[in-house]
Design a protein around this ligand. Structure first.
Ligand code: URA
Length: 417
């Protein structure tokens, strides 16, 4: 078999066989197929798509490119994943809440991708938090503390790790076959037997409309079934950033504030409760969505979710004093107000542009090995539907490069009508 023939077939809109897909994945994982060859194939998949059979084979090849964890000793483990969104800090809030309700959480998360941030980059903004733990520590932490959140550093779906980073740097993130295989390969390798997936749509998501989100949800549910995993997909609107904060440590601070019950942005609350209640149903903890939502709200109010976050961070080497006192988080040098240029109603806060500008300020990567700046991003004061007066502060830009902050200030992030 020959990688050039495989690239050529996909370029010419032909279907790849199972053997060809496995050949590509195996040889890319071990470095025989180069990044530039993989980039060509990924671009061809992005443009020409894949059949359901090809997507399933790609998922299985990626899932089996490394170890596949067996979590059966932990009982029913319910995993959660999101197709990503601007300001999406749901994992940071929801997983400690789920663990605080006695359901084991063993989750492998990703780094930022395209316009969206990643849980691992956010967790690493807590000084000392180790996302690269070994399997033994991961399993022991789940047994002892009921929760562990780690990055894709173990030998779990290593093909996805490489392809995910590659896609990010060649603008090939928003593709149904590539997202479905990326998420489901990780979920299969990470071993949970029940999975809830948040499939986002809108300007701040990879799927720009609900029909594409439904297609993505459908294929992931079918792959889950094939892999013997109960999979539920929830469609959520991501047309504006989720919550008020966008950027790595800014989102961590917002997540901590929610778990401390200081304030819960309405849209964050809706997503947390909907996904959480579905996880509790899958775990056989409740019989109805309403009971599930009530349980989750209760553990925000009584502080048990926050206590679990502290336990998680401490068990993975993080400095918990940052959770107690969020003013310790590194701050950007320049914090500039975004001012309303006229009175009216906020018709749109452009999530896509916010995601791009957040990356431009340094919260995302341009090259695979780029470092990210954990302190930059946005904290908004106003969102869609809010009435504003000319001169009101709509939000703040956090940046470390004054010139970049000036350029971001000139963008039309808000549309006021
Ligand atoms: N999350 C993933 O894990 N992979 C994608 O491709 C998109 C979101």
């Amino acid at each position: 078999m020959d990688i050039l023939e495989i690239i050529g077939k996909k370029r010419d809109k032909l279907e790849l066989s199972r053997d060809e897909i496995f050949y590509f994945v195996e040889n890319y994982t071990c470095g025989i197929v180069t990044d530039y060859q993989a980039a060509a194939l990924v671009m061809a998949i992005y443009i020409n798509g894949m059949s359901d059979r090809e997507i399933t084979d790609l998922t299985l090849a990626m899932a089996n490119s490394g170890d596949v964890l067996d979590l059966s000793s932990l009982g029913d483990v319910v995993d959660k994943h999101s197709t990503g969104g601007v300001g999406d800090k749901v994992t940071l809030i929801l997983m400690p809440l789920i663990a605080s309700l006695g359901i084991p959480v063993a989750k492998m998360s990703g780094r930022g991708l395209g316009i969206t941030g990643g849980t691992i980059d956010k967790l690493e903004s807590i000084p000392g938090y180790n996302t690269s733990i070994d399997i033994e520590t991961f399993m022991n932490n789940v047994k002892k503390h009921g929760i562990s959140l780690m990055g894709q550093t173990l030998n779990l779906a290593p093909a996805d790790k490489k392809l995910y980073a590659l896609r990010d740097t060649i603008n090939c993130t928003a593709s149904i076959p590539l997202i479905a295989s990326s998420i489901m390969s990780k979920k299969i390798a990470a071993g949970a037997n029940k999975i809830v997936i948040d499939v986002t749509y809108g300007s701040g998501a990879f799927m720009k409309n609900i029909d594409d989100a439904k297609k993505l949800a459908d294929i992931m549910t079918r792959i889950g079934r094939l892999a013997n995993k109960e999979t539920v997909c929830i469609l959520t609107d991501m047309d504006k950033p989720l919550g008020f904060a966008v950027g790595n440590n800014l989102e961590v601070i917002e997540a901590i504030d929610v778990l401390k019950n200081r304030y819960i942005p309405k849209d964050v609350e809706e997503v947390i409760l909907e996904l959480g209640a579905n996880m509790l149903i899958l775990a056989n903890k409740v019989n109805s969505i309403d009971d599930g939502k009530a349980m989750i709200l209760e553990n925000i109010k009584n502080g048990k979710g926050f206590e679990k976050l502290v336990e998680l961070v401490s068990s993975q080497g993080g400095d918990v004093s940052y959770l107690e006192d969020t003013s310790k988080f590194k701050k950007a040098k320049f914090i500039k107000s975004i001012i309303a240029s006229k009175s009216g109603r906020v018709l749109k806060l452009d999530a896509n542009l916010v995601g791009k500008m957040s990356g431009y300020l340094g919260a995302g990567r341009i090259k695979k090995d780029d470092d990210i700046d954990v302190s930059v991003g946005f904290v908004f004061k106003k969102k869609n539907g809010d009435i504003v007066e000319k001169g009101d502060i709509l939000g703040y830009i956090h940046g470390n490069d004054e010139d970049k902050v000036k350029i971001v200030l000139k963008q039309d992030l808000f549309i006021i009508g």
